[in-house]
Write a protein that binds this ligand. Structure first.
Ligand code: NCD
Length: 356
């Protein structure tokens, strides 16, 4: 298959997701991380192992010094024009673990975009100073456009999508998969498990990306629990059906909790409301304390965070509540991803192997 640099933007846009994933892979160009469809089961398994190796190595001073000696000659630009606390800090920490230098633009009103410069020109400017762009934008598809523009420039550098529009958040899905891998490692892994998604599934990009990644596992059953206004998109359901995965829609959380191996809670994404604010009663879609007895002892509760009232803080102390651990997992997975982009992953695995 050709690379991103060999095709026009119109051709790229007309591609199927599978074709897009093909041209984003390495071979004639940098490895961009833009879509969850770029990851298959083998990638997910090895990325999880790499994240665990980094976590293990980083425990000692000697190990931390080794990790930070890997990429001091590389710099990353964190271009976050949409609010973020966790994802920003997680990428920042991941870069620091590997010794990368970091630059940031968080408020485009302080950059030349304010003077009318296009996103494309701003990003080409970044590529003059940096070796990697990690970007979050409220504009769906902007990360793909930037990757395409850079691939056609003299300094094509990799782009990582840290959340685009209400559409995709592939690296959040990677850390969610890593959390599921670790939580289920002694009970047969992710295959055959039932994952229940709850809340604003129509505009929750983390749900959309994770649901797609779960299609890499066999016999995973997905249940989408939401009010009709916030139910998951047909495109995701069609994809699951085409991969032979079972799913169901529900509006009754209590009735599905006993079957869940993982309950993935989300907040209402009202920043996407257009015009009049949607008034939807979500009280039925909160994981309140009275629901804990309904949940299996081996099951876990996840949330991409930030939360509002979907999960009261009393739940945090239940051993099945994994959202804080899930957040920390993001730092290890993102470090693993960056080490893979810059091809120092084998060195990390060799170091971990020698120390174990
Ligand atoms: C999510 C996001 O920004 O899409 N948060 C995150 O990245 N951890 C979910 C959210 O904002 O609700």
């Amino acid at each position: 298959m050709s690379s991103l640099r060999d095709i026009s933007w119109d051709q790229y846009q007309a591609f199927s997701l599978a074709q897009k994933s093909g041209v984003l892979a390495k071979g004639g160009g940098p490895l961009h991380v833009l879509l969850p469809q770029q990851f298959d089961r083998a990638n997910l398994d090895s990325l999880g192992e790499l994240a665990t190796s980094i976590r293990f190595i980083a425990k000692s001073k000697e190990g931390s010094l080794f990790l930070s000696s890997l990429l001091p000659h590389k710099r990353a630009m964190l271009y976050f024009s949409q609010p973020s606390t966790r994802t920003f800090l997680s990428f920042l920490s991941a870069c620091q673990i590997l010794g990368l230098g970091i630059g940031e633009v968080r408020d485009p009103s302080t950059s030349s975009e304010f003077k009318g410069e296009t996103h494309e020109d701003s990003v080409r400017t970044f590529s003059s100073y940096f070796d990697l762009i990690i970007m979050r934008s409220k504009i769906g598809g902007l990360a793909e456009r930037v990757a395409w523009v850079l691939s056609h420039s003299e300094r094509p550098i990799p782009v990582v999508n840290a959340g685009s529009g209400s559409d995709q958040h592939p690296t959040q899905a990677l850390l969610d998969i890593y959390t599921l891998q670790r939580s289920f490692k002694d009970i047969g892994g992710i295959d055959g498990k039932t994952v229940v998604f709850v809340g604003d599934l129509a505009r929750g990009r983390t749900v959309r990306s994770l649901s797609v990644l779960l299609a890499n596992y066999s016999k995973v059953h997905q249940i989408f629990v939401a009010p009709p206004e916030f139910q998951i998109g047909k495109d995701v359901l069609d994809l699951l059906t085409s991969k032979g995965l079972s799913w169901e829609l529900s509006s009754d959380l209590d009735s599905v909790i006993p079957r869940a191996d993982a309950v993935y809670m989300t907040r209402v994404q009202d920043e996407w409301d257009e015009g009049a604010v949607k008034k939807v009663d979500i009280s039925k879609y909160c994981f309140t304390v009275d629901k804990l007895p309904l949940l299996k002892s081996s099951a876990i509760i996840m949330h991409p965070l930030p939360r509002r009232n979907e999960i009261p803080t009393e739940i945090d102390h239940d051993p099945r509540a994994k959202y804080w651990r899930q957040m920390r997992n993001g730092m290890w997975v993102r470090a693993a991803l960056i080490s893979r982009i810059f091809e120092c992953d084998h060195e990390i695995e060799a170091y971990a192997h020698a120390k174990r």
